[in-house]
Design a protein around this ligand. Sequence first.
Ligand SMILES: NC(=O)C1=CN([C@@H]2O[C@H](COP(=O)(O)OP(=O)(O)OC[C@H]3O[C@@H](n4cnc5c(N)ncnc54)[C@H](O)[C@@H]3O)[C@@H](O)[C@H]2O)C=CC1
Ligand SMILES: C[C@H](O)[C@@H]1OC(=O)[C@H](O)[C@@H]1O
Length: 256
Amino acid sequence: MYLPSFSLKGKTALVTGAGRGIGQAIAIGYAEAGADVVIVSRTQSDLEKTAQLIESVGTKAYLFEADVTNKDQVKGIFETLDLEQINVDILVNNAGMNIRSKAFDVSDEEWDTIMHTNLRSAFWFSQQAGQRMKESGGGKIITISSVAGHVALRTGVVYASTKAAIIQMTKNLALEWGQYGINVNSIGPWYFKTPLTEKLLADKEYLQDILDVTPQKRVGELPDLVGPAVFLASEAADYVNGQTLFVDGGMTIQGF
Ligand SMILES: NC(=O)C1=CN([C@@H]2O[C@H](COP(=O)(O)OP(=O)(O)OC[C@H]3O[C@@H](n4cnc5c(N)ncnc54)[C@H](O)[C@@H]3O)[C@@H](O)[C@H]2O)C=CC1
Ligand SMILES: C[C@H](O)[C@@H]1OC(=O)[C@H](O)[C@@H]1O
């Protein structure tokens, strides 16, 4: 038999920023693939909506209203999961944000907010989940990067730097943790319509600029991202480690 399983039945996934957008889509997609899902975000009402959608599919949702830039709250999530004997088999570091300032205008506060939200929080969650995965024999860690970590975009140098750092952090964690049966990979999306990008994508000229550099001539639809996220979380990707999978309609190979 050659076809490995793409099912997540019997697994528990933790998804940060699962209250809306890409994180919510991945959380629901994981539930559709059979996983129970620990969902983390700052907004309880968003979490409750996602939980309802997960439970309508028939798996369990565990809600944590938390700020991923607060280390005590991050540690507290894992301490609670330990007490409830809930093992995280799959971690998706998705929470992220952007302030699209020009380089000359970036303030120290903006630098800190973007770096802490996008990069440091992913490292903290990876440390917490990775330690437990090492003890339990393995697991999957997936961090959401961006094409902005691979090619230069006009959407801000700090954000791009966090996304490039995620790509390298993914390689280094895979190097250290592969021996424990932990697969550490990253997904690099191009534009997908979410609250983060809605306003930009509503601007017809901006959207045309995007399509002009996208071989598939469309922005991503959330199922386009959930498929790769399920693949990387499943047994089908057991020998994929340290990689970044760009889900971009061909944008990163666009030449002229
Ligand atoms: N939408 C897009 O076109 C692209 C998005 N991405 C990345 O995908 C990820 C998700 O993006 P979207 O769903 O579009 O964004 P979004 O803004 O729609 O959702 C982000 C989620 O993260 C949560 N979050 C933000 N800061 C947080 C904090 N400090 N603590 C807890 N939760 C926090 C928000 O509450 C929200 O639920 C981000 O890492 C983003 O950089 C990457 C490439 C393209
Ligand atoms: C594609 C990028 O990750 C995305 O584009 C935006 O405008 C967002 O702020 C992100 O940078």
